[in-house]
Design a protein. Structure first.
Length: 336
């Protein structure tokens, strides 16, 4: 019998009268003629790990900046714990902790000194601040390194100090921009372990931006963005389940062969495959049996075949009609 997690208990007890930790209402932003966010509307639930997944240029960094009160949207509203990020930035800043992708630590100071200075910015001092420093360092497993200079720590440990810094004032919402960037697999696992502990033990709502599919799989729910638009919303399991069947990909020698094969498959089997470069992609129950029919029907066109269960990239392809990284290749050099 499955056990009920602390996260599920918190979710089940969520009071509909209490504002969502994060709520977007027709949120839009443009840079001149370039639209970065296009009327985004969705809520983030209490005590969940929520992911913003999208390639570079999808708008997730712009959204992160708006939620962090670093940027004012050109349209719509973003509310955090009921406060408007544009109109009440100081109230919002009291509610949120932020961990940026770029390093924000003074590497010449000790771990404790970095946290002490951060605490002062939030009005913490004296015994209370010392106790809070010990608490957050214990939480991230670095209490024994409190007196060590940050520059002596590994990249993974420095990321954990960043996390402790964002938690020093006991925020109810934690925002993280690409939390695993530059970390080895072990350090990535550590970061996600601490995020789950925050969610389960303290009821903190966590929002992360990411372009990594495997990282997005750790989230309770996702908003998938493409060119500033919300193209999918739900848990990784729910989104992948919507595809159904197997994802079958036929690789051909050229784009012309792919277009030819797709047309022949469509005519013979009355389905609508997608052409992605040299590949023909489709969704089919019992895909392993279907590939035999295609190869026998159209010999010489297929170079290789893959049959797999749906992934988050398949969700992205289904909703947008192109691969996840196409946007990165086309996006302007400046990240949005």
């Amino acid at each position: 019998m499955a056990t009920t997690t602390q996260f599920e208990k918190i979710q089940s007890l969520a009071n509909p009268q209490v504002p969502a930790p994060i709520s977007l209402n027709a949120l839009s932003h443009n840079y001149g003629s370039r639209l970065a966010l296009d009327h985004l509307t969705f809520d983030v639930r209490p005590a969940e790990i929520f992911g913003l997944l999208g390639p570079n240029g999808s708008g997730k960094t712009t959204l992160f900046r708006i939620l962090s009160t670093l940027m004012v949207p050109t349209g719509g509203h973003a509310f955090l714990q009921g406060f408007d990020a544009a109109r009440e930035p100081n109230r919002v800043r009291q509610q949120i902790g932020i961990v940026f992708q770029a390093r924000s630590l003074d590497i010449k100071l000790t771990v404790a000194e970095n946290l002490k200075h951060q605490g002062h910015l939030y009005g913490l001092k004296g015994t209370h601040l010392k106790r809070r420093i010990n608490e957050v360092l214990s939480r991230v497993g670095l209490l024994d390194r409190a007196k060590d200079a940050v520059e002596t720590l590994s990249g993974g440990m420095q990321r954990r100090v960043e996390l402790a810094k964002g938690l020093i004032h006991s925020p109810s919402v934690l925002l993280l921009d690409e939390p695993s960037t530059g970390l080895d697999p072990g350090a990535r696992r550590d970061v996600w372990q601490y995020l789950r502990m925050l969610r389960d033990d303290e009821g903190v709502t966590v929002l992360v931006t990411t372009h990594l599919m495997e990282e997005a799989e750790h989230c309770d729910r996702l908003a998938i963005l493409s060119e500033g638009k919300l193209v999918a919303l739900g848990s990784p399991f729910e989104l992948k389940s919507e595809i159904g069947g197997d994802v079958v990909t036929f690789e051909t020698a050229s784009e012309a062969d792919a277009a030819d094969l797709a047309q022949k498959i469509a005519n013979r089997f009355i389905i609508s495959p997608s052409v992605l470069g040299h590949s023909v992609r489709l969704e089919r129950e019992q895909g392993h049996k279907f590939v035999t029919d295609v190869v026998e029907a159209f010999p010489g066109l297929v170079e290789s075949i893959s049959v797999a269960k749906p992934s988050l990239e398949d969700v992205f392809i289904q909703r947008t009609g192109h691969r996840f990284w196409t946007e990165q290749e086309e996006a302007a050099k400046e990240r949005i």
